[in-house]
Ligand binder design. Structure first.
Ligand code: NDP
Length: 617
């Protein structure tokens, strides 16, 4: 037996890869649904969920104001990380007349809306929170909780004076190019008709809650809300927990993704009875949070955050793992792969191919063994184990979630056999043929992350000759750099189309684009350009590269192909259709390579590929 055969044997691995592969396949088949994506109903302004889940901002009172009809240099739609970072980089590059339009009553985006108890950033805060050095802030914890993150969004707003020109509690209803004036006209639900030379769409990838179209959902007579509109008036308590008004309430939570994993501990600790309705278990690894060491914080040198983000990104993507990230959950798989390599010696090429899958099995076995170590009832423990490759679904990290299932008032309701909750009734929900009566249903059912761009953005965008961008992209998304589209001049698509999946640290990818947009716009202004759009050739070149590059395909099968992964939003609910349009997906060669392309373009200083119309002076 060679050293590699030895290292790859079931005895040495501690599991049988073939048996696991069969189990994964069976678990996947159990969950595939004919109606895949259409199982979710659109939460639009005229849907039955509009008030409860979309239009209603339960966190603030609507402030009256007069409609706005002024003209600015730039309007940025969205006041989450994308909008804030784009605006910040614009201001830093000298483009200062920037208005952010935001539907919430403050900055923060996802961190404005998601206030559920236990909400936490699952990427380390030193890498995730943007603009730490610029604002002179070091997070209190390695993994910050939502209130600190929201506060940081406000800090950025104050530091860069973004509040001055921002318009809150305002939803865009239409964006239209006015060719006569070479201006974008932004209409809103507050009667505004704001105009701007440039527009950045920064609505983010997870701005719209996703509701399962469970039969009878509208008949429920109890209370219900989505996790991104947490109703503290009903539950009592705060984001820190202690939901005292639930002490005499029976509560059901639908979903066991990253959000549910964070809020179930508080619900379990507070509710009289909690039913956790699980279709597919999450992989729940250790969190191991810690307070920031003040000596370490004081020792940080200028440039520390960018350097750390780079090291963190490398560690996540299987490159060098800096000792700082050796205990980081996100690097567990890379560490397992490295250990296997060491044990296997010189691995022959034909066996090398097996290594990533073996490292994945190993990782998931470790995560599954945590369940056995924590959950006392073996039947419940078995149901909580995730049998799929780690990146088929968003990995989660929490030290209290599994423990919650040892509470006598908490019941795991497995609905995998029926592919979800069967029915919602006036009094509760039906699962496995049994009706459970509850006072409250919490929907932890996620966000419309991979539905169509039109559905996620939710407002029409009309470019040159009144063409709708959604019609324009009907045959597939066409852009240059994932940012600008021909026929939609002076418009930048920031953070939504293209950086998704560029790396687990979303904000880092967003900043790459924000700096690029800032440079481009400042150059256009300096050169007195009135209208800029990609030439047909430049756009085609980018599309060809995106579509043809083989690594576009490779990156999309991160963690397993749609044919092998258990369904979820990472793989368009198990259909191969997610891969229908690689042009809207991540840059195939990865974030580092994407950054180099953009850096090179800026260094050349030619605004190459853009068709420019200079203003008459
Ligand atoms: P997800 O989409 O990950 O999870 C939705 C859950 O609802 C799944 O468990 C799904 O089951 C379940 N579900 C949907 N329909 C039904 C049904 N009919 N019956 C029963 N269950 C159903 O949403 P999350 O809000 O948990 O997470 C969304 C994303 O937000 C994360 O992946 C992550 O990117 C981000 N996030 C980030 C955090 C951070 O710390 N930075 C924290 C929380 C979220 P199934 O799996 O079977 O489809």
């Amino acid at each position: 037996m060679t050293k590699t055969d030895q290292a790859f044997s079931s005895a040495a691995l501690g599991f049988d890869p073939e048996q696991l592969a069969e189990r994964y396949s069976a678990e996947r088949s159990k969950r595939l649904r004919e109606d895949a994506e259409s199982q979710f109903v659109e939460v639009s302004n005229d849907s039955p969920f509009a008030n409860a889940y979309l239009a209603n901002d339960t966190y603030s009172k609507l402030e009256e104001r007069d409609p706005i009809t002024d003209v600015r240099d730039v309007i940025v739609v969205g006041g989450g990380w994308v909008g804030m970072m784009t605006a910040t980089r614009l201001i830093q590059s000298g483009v200062t007349d920037v208005r952010i339009v935001e539907s919430g009553a403050d900055f923060g985006g996802t961190w404005y809306w998601n206030r559920y108890p236990g909400a936490q950033c699952d990427i380390e805060s030193y890498s995730y929170l943007p603009l730490l050095e610029e604002t002179g802030y070091v997070p209190k914890l390695r993994y910050s909780y939502a209130p600190e993150i929201f506060e940081h969004a406000q800090r950025i707003g104050k530091h860069f004076d973004l509040y001055k020109d921002a318009v809150f509690q305002t939803s865009v209803t239409e964006v239209r190019w006015n060719a006569d004036e070479a201006l974008w006209v932004v209409s809103t639900n507050r009667g505004d008709e704001m105009k701007a030379r440039y527009i950045c769409l920064g609505t983010g990838p997870a701005n719209r809650p996703r509701m399962p179209g469970i039969p009878g959902v509208e008949t429920f007579k109890g209370h219900s809300f989505h996790t991104c509109r947490w109703d503290y008036d009903y539950t009592g308590g705060t984001p820190n927990g202690d939901l005292e008004k639930l002490a005499n309430k029976k509560v059901a939570i639908i979903g066991t993704g990253a959000t549910a994993v964070q809020c179930v501990p508080a619900l379990g600790a507070s509710a009289e009875q909690l039913y956790v309705i699980q279709r597919t278990p999450s992989s729940v690894d250790l969190r191991n949070n810690s307070e920031t060491d003040p000596d370490w914080a004081a020792s940080l040198e200028p440039g520390w955050q960018a350097a750390r983000q780079k090291r963190f990104g490398e560690a996540l993507l299987g490159g060098t793992i800096d000792p700082e990230f050796e205990d980081e959950g996100w690097t567990r798989m890379a560490r397992n792969a490295r250990a296997l390599m060491q044990q296997a010696g010189d691995v022959p090429p034909e066996q090398l191919k097996a290594l990533p899958q073996l490292a994945d099995f190993k990782t998931m076995e470790q995560i599954r063994s945590r369940v056995d170590d924590t959950v006392t009832d073996p039947k419940v423990a078995d149901k909580l184990k995730a049998f799929y490759n780690q990146f088929c679904k968003r990995p989660t990290f929490n030290d209290d979630y599994l423990e919650t299932f040892n509470r006598p008032n908490v019941e795991l309701v497995d609905v995998s056999e029926t592919k979800g909750v069967e029915r919602i009734t006036e009094r509760g929900f039906v699962a496995n043929g049994h009706e459970y009566e509850v006072d409250c249903i919490v929907y932890a059912s996620g966000f419309e992350i991979t539905s169509s761009y039109q559905r996620r953005i939710g407002f029409p965008v009309y470019g040159v000759d009144g063409e709708s961008i959604y019609d324009h992209w009907d045959g597939g998304m066409r852009t240059m750099h994932g940012l600008m589209a021909r026929g939609f001049p002076n418009m930048f698509h920031c953070g939504g189309l293209f950086v998704f999946q560029l790396g687990a640290n979303y904000c880092y990818g967003v900043d790459v684009q924000a700096k690029h947009v800032a440079y481009t716009m400042s150059e256009l202004k300096k050169r007195n350009v009135q209208v800029a759009q990609p030439s047909a050739e430049a756009e085609q070149q980018w599309v060809d590269d995106q579509v043809s590059h083989e690594s576009s395909q490779a990156q999309l099968v991160l963690g397993g192909s749609p044919e092998s992964c258990t369904p979820g939003y990472y793989n368009q609910e198990g259909t191969a259709q997610r891969y229908r349009d690689v042009r809207m997906e991540s840059y195939g060669r990865g974030l580092g390579a994407y950054r180099k392309v953009l850096d090179g373009w800026r260094m050349a200083g030619e605004l190459d590929g853009l068709e420019l119309t200079t203003a008459q002076t």
